[in-house]
Design a protein around this ligand. Structure first.
Ligand SMILES: [Cu+2]
Length: 142
């Protein structure tokens, strides 16, 4: 009886290890963001502080700073994502707010890439007067 249950336990372990090894080696389960993503007009630099490794199918969290050579002013930030080839966005709207422990940083939660394939991640930065939105974007495979 006892040896039976040990055997089951050990084969479960093997299966778990197998899945985990696949996740580590197969391209597509995880993607790494660059440390810095610049907005298309060159003004805003998104500097990723935490959470550069994105994984498919989970709620990823990212912490980032936005840096401008001349100071950014009172900006607004929205984060979204899309699979352009499938013509759809994220299945959940991620939450973006000033980080609780550091209000100079922005924290994104609920960033979930639900499908395998080519994704784009967008940071939309609204200017102080709210008149201009600049986008910083990055593409990756998950
Ligand atoms: Cu898709």
């Amino acid at each position: 009886m006892k040896s039976n249950s040990n055997k089951t336990h050990s084969s479960r372990w093997r299966a778990a290890l197998c899945v985990s090894a696949l996740g580590m080696t197969s391209a597509g389960f995880a993607a790494e963001l660059p440390q810095e993503i610049r907005s298309n007009d060159g003004r805003y630099r998104i500097v990723i502080v935490e959470g550069r490794e994105l994984r498919r199918g989970i709620f990823n969290q990212i912490e980032f700073a936005i840096v401008c050579d001349d100071g950014c002013g009172e900006i607004t930030v929205a984060v979204s994502g899309a699979m352009p080839e499938h013509e759809h966005g994220l299945s959940y709207v991620p939450k973006v707010e000033r980080c609780a422990g550091n209000d100079r940083h922005w924290c994104v939660d609920g960033l979930r890439f639900h499908m395998p394939g080519h994704w784009e991640l967008y940071f939309d930065i609204g200017s102080e007067n709210g008149m201009v939105i600049q986008r910083a974007q990055v593409a990756f495979e998950l």
